[in-house]
Ligand binder design. Sequence first.
Ligand code: S3P
Length: 441
Amino acid sequence: MAWTSHPVAKIAGTIRAPGDKSCSHRALILGGLANGISEISGLLEGEDVLNTGHVMAALGAKVERLGDGLWQVEGVGDAGLKQPSIDLEFGNSGTGSRLIMGVVAGHDIKARFVGDESLSGRPMGRVLDPLSEMGIKYTADDGKTMPLTLEGRSDLSSIEYTPPHASAQVKSCILLAGLRANGETIVHESRMTRDHSEKMLRGFGVEVRSKRNGAGNTVSIEGGQSLTAQETRVPGDPSSAAFLAATAMISKSGGVLVEGVMSNETRDGFFRAAALMGAHVGAEDVGDACGERLIDMSFESAELIGKQIPIELVPSMIDEFPILAVLAAQAKGITVVKGASELRVKESDRISAVVNMLRVNGVEVEETEDGFIVTGCNGAIPGGGMVETHHDHRIAMSALVMGTASQQPVSIDDASMIATSYPDFMDHMASLGADIREGGQ
Ligand code: S3P
């Protein structure tokens, strides 16, 4: 079903940021492994996270919803996971599937990992290769993609590993396997990625060592440690906040306040890039949740200027390039994104999907191997296009944001997958004054 975003004159309002997707997955996974009963509040109830909850239940945890965003998980504890009697269904979620491969790896069980069409095309060799070095067996097709069957073992060997790509999913998968391996497992990152697994493991009583070296980072974990149940409050998602921020920045007038956003330097690249492009980003400290600082963030209409995005920001804004492309389209001048070839293996090939999103809406854009170059429209994005989303939530949301400030409406071919990460997106956008309706143009 197509949806269309119509241009509006003003965007204004206050929104509480939805729970962070990365932290929500991890809270369910660690709660499911811990000894005792954990309580989680502010959980993002998006489809990806709900799938992780179902899978942890299939592996033996007791996962129960107590109320809005409030969940209780009784972990399997030191007894470990049970052999699942059903396929583990991950839907669209790379994070859920890759992290839980690391969890299954350290148990004497065999599990079949399945997902939707987009997930079934995504590379799993990046986790299967290091897990094989640790001792697991698997069967998958030649491309090392899902559906695949993984056979774990309780006597995994520890490894010292340097992932070839900057990836928090790969790091987290190895650390979760390392929890049950013999000896110390060490991951070297040449560029540090989001550190939620390390922080949350510490919150559950596990000793995780990390050491920064310039842009890089080394993390290590000793096998055989137990987790203790925790109360976890999930902080607000900076990646979801980025859509609201961009809606304010490209608007003709108005301002948006997003409350309770996690402030973490491994996640804030989009806000730093937007500030470089001339946007005003306000931040006020409002406490903490789950070992993360929380801030209320304010954004307003801005005169954006195209920039070369610093390569060192790439890992901390890896999910925000579709929405950054919308800022670039609205800006005056040229924006260059480089060093982001990982975008080719996200929920879609995000380089080609972004280029298509802009091009069908009259924006001049060049596709490169590891990024894109946008010639900004100086406040006058033509619009009028129908964007192919390729079942990618972030392409869908970015295109709808673009439609709020373009000359003609912007349509997308499907909006259903937005529920994987941001089920309240349409309501939040409407409350800010966006005019997004079902149907094409
Ligand atoms: C995530 C890591 C990132 C990111 C994804 C969530 C995580 O993926 O794109 O949305 O929660 O660990 P990569 O590790 O593949 O970069």
